[in-house]
Design a protein around this ligand. Structure first.
Ligand SMILES: NC(=O)c1ccc[n+]([C@@H]2O[C@H](COP(=O)([O-])OP(=O)(O)OC[C@H]3O[C@@H](n4cnc5c(N)ncnc54)[C@H](O)[C@@H]3O)[C@@H](O)[C@H]2O)c1
Length: 321
């Protein structure tokens, strides 16, 4: 049984990762500020995001804390002595990082440096998983991109995520840390409160409101159902072969916004779609090659867009987020 410390473990993706470790019988510690970056939706009353931890609350230890409070973080880590740290806490939205640059800088880079400074002094082995992003690639120069493709972020969030990767690798080489990096992209599914594209499309389709599309619908993203992303992060946290490695973790197949609308329309026929400009900060993306995660770790993504969106619609028909 491992001791697993998950920052952002009360969040959309982190809570699903936590469930996998609980299911394996590990001792799970969730460290989270319970921060909601977007203004809570008044229709969602109360916005109780702890609903994400339903079913595992009595099997985890929940620590309220901020990864930027290094003294508190150090005390908690020295008490727990985790075998695995999954670091997911961060400002998670690229468009917010443009306005809240200091928040993005601190929560992405500052918190990561705090961890590295603390774990370099550990006297026990510990796997540290840093959550990066496909935004570190900027405009994809090849389709698909592999982990070795050029990284040239074109906005703030991707720049800080890339800086975090570089710092992680520097510490890893300097202090021989057991470290791994994941690059997820466009995760969707139940209990995301961050109003990402598929959530917005389905919510508006269900309410009959206009669906606003960035561009003409041809934009392609490697949409990844949350359980697939969680499976991959769990594998990176636990598999010996992940040590020192970086992994794309997505479905491994880019689909267009038009495809998403077509899938939604099969379940909700009446759609009111409006097309608009693409935000200038948005990179041109596509497929992330996940061969490395499949080959080295046995990662098996199980949800294509058709299956994932259908499940998500069923969920959102009965739940506010
Ligand atoms: N969801 C995606 O499509 C996606 C894609 C690429 C990368 N990521 C990364 O995955 C991670 C999780 O994303 P998510 O979608 O689950 O977001 P989320 O907002 O649902 O979860 C983030 C969690 O981190 C917590 N948190 C934020 N700052 C904190 C701090 N300083 N100290 C402690 N806790 C803090 C929040 O309270 C929240 O519970 C983030 O690092 C994000 O950048 C997400």
């Amino acid at each position: 049984m491992a001791k697993v410390f998950i920052t952002g473990g009360a969040g959309f993706v982190g809570s699903r990762v936590a469930k996998l470790f609980v299911d394996r019988g590990d001792e799970v510690f969730i460290f989270d500020t319970f921060k909601q970056y977007l203004i809570p939706d008044c229709e969602v009353t109360p916005p109780n995001l702890l609903i994400r931890l339903r079913g595992i609350m009595d099997k985890i230890e929940l620590v309220q804390g901020d990864t930027l409070n290094k003294d508190h973080l150090r005390r908690v880590l020295n008490r727990i002595k985790p075998d695995i740290i999954i670091h997911m806490a961060a400002l998670p939205l690229a468009f917010m990082a443009i306005e809240h640059t200091e928040d993005a800088f601190q929560s992405i880079l500052g918190s990561t440096v705090n961890f590295l400074e603390i774990i370099r002094d550990f006297d026990h082995p510990c796997r540290f998983v840093y959550t990066s992003s496909s935004m570190t690639y900027g405009d994809f120069v090849t389709d698909p991109v592999t982990e070795d493709s050029a990284q040239s972020p074109k906005e703030i969030y991707g720049s800080f995520k890339l800086a975090g990767e570089i710092v992680c690798r520097g510490y890893m080489r300097c202090y021989k840390l057991d470290l791994a990096i994941v690059r997820p992209s466009a995760i969707y599914g139940p209990f995301d409160a961050n109003q990402r594209v598929i959530q917005k499309f389905i919510a508006r389709a269900l309410s009959g409101e206009a669906i606003k599309v960035d561009g003409d619908g041809s934009m392609r993203l490697d949409f990844t159902y949350v359980d697939d992303a969680a499976q991959a992060i769990f594998l990176v946290g636990t598999h010996p072969a992940a040590k020192g490695e970086t992994f794309n973790i997505t479905r491994g197949e880019a689909r267009s916004l038009k495809d998403v609308l077509d899938v939604i329309q099969k379940e909700i026929p009446e759609l009111n779609v409006q097309y608009g400009p693409v935000p200038s900060y948005m990179p041109k993306r596509g497929t992330l090659d996940v061969t490395k995660a499949k080959t080295l770790l046995g990662y098996k993504p199980e949800y294509d867009l058709e299956r994932g969106v259908k499940l998500y619609i069923e969920h959102l028909r009965n739940n506010p987020i």
